[in-house]
Design a binder for this molecule. Structure first.
Ligand SMILES: [Mg+2]
Length: 238
């Protein structure tokens, strides 16, 4: 019943958002002599939303948004040294080794015995490729797709490239907006695994979620059990 199981990467296979939250709190400290922390948060979020269509997701876009916010909020008084600090944050983010989500490796190891597995992730190509390579999980993955945006169109293109019928495709992720909604709209199936720190933008969906093919679990470790219910292929391993 399923041909491919696809996984989101950030905050589905490894912890990613905590790194952004940590850097953002240092950014707020950097601007603390100019503005309150709440106001910096709000302005940074607005700048990120405005810039997504130009710079896309990922560390580089986030860094440009921090620099732009800093210039705006200090009315141009931010110093070269302070901008250098923001660029250093980006370098530090790129070099940080991300912690795997508990149970992710075991789940991929088990499912990979019965299904081809795919990663569908968005962000900076170089950064996403490095994270996958450093994760130790690439050995379980047959295909990696790094896209700029996760939309209905981008999933349709992936399915058609790999000749997968929508109802035989299962996507697993922590973002209603990127991993669940567009996939369900295509007639494919999606498993939502909430992450405690999901960026607010990622769960900000305007339309109601289609219920057909929608599943929710609390932990990636329960995925093999759910897959056994959805698709009998895995019965042999139970
Ligand atoms: Mg994610």
């Amino acid at each position: 019943m399923l041909d491919v199981i696809a996984f989101d990467a950030d905050d589905t296979l490894w912890h990613n958002e905590p790194l952004y939250i940590d850097i953002q709190s240092r950014f707020k400290k950097l601007l603390s002599s100019y503005h309150s922390s709440d106001w910096v948060d709000r302005k940074l979020f607005d700048t990120e939303m405005r810039n997504l269509k130009h710079f896309g997701y990922g560390i580089k876009g986030f860094t440009l948004s921090m620099i732009e916010t800093a210039i705006e909020l200090t009315e141009g008084r931010i110093s070269g040294g302070e901008i250098q600090k923001i660029i250093d944050y980006a370098r530090e983010m790129l070099e940080t080794r991300l912690e795997p989500i508990e149970g992710a490796e075991e789940t991929l190891a088990e499912l990979s015995q019965s299904y081809p597995l795919m990663i569908v992730t968005k962000g900076d190509l170089l950064d996403q490729e490095a994270k996958i390579a450093n994760s130790g999980l690439a050995q379980y993955i047959n295909n990696i797709e790094v896209v700029s945006h996760k939309t209905r169109e981008s999933y349709a293109a992936i399915l058609s490239k790999h000749k997968i019928e929508p109802h035989r495709f299962l996507m697993v992720g922590n973002s209603l907006k990127s991993d669940i909604q567009p996939v369900l709209e295509l007639g494919a199936r999606a498993v939502y695994i909430p992450y405690h720190l999901t960026w607010v933008h990622e769960n900000n969906i305007e339309q109601e979620l289609p219920q057909d093919g929608y599943y929710q679990i609390e932990n990636i470790a329960s995925l093999p059990e759910l897959v056994r219910k959805i698709s009998p292929n895995l019965n042999a391993l139970s």
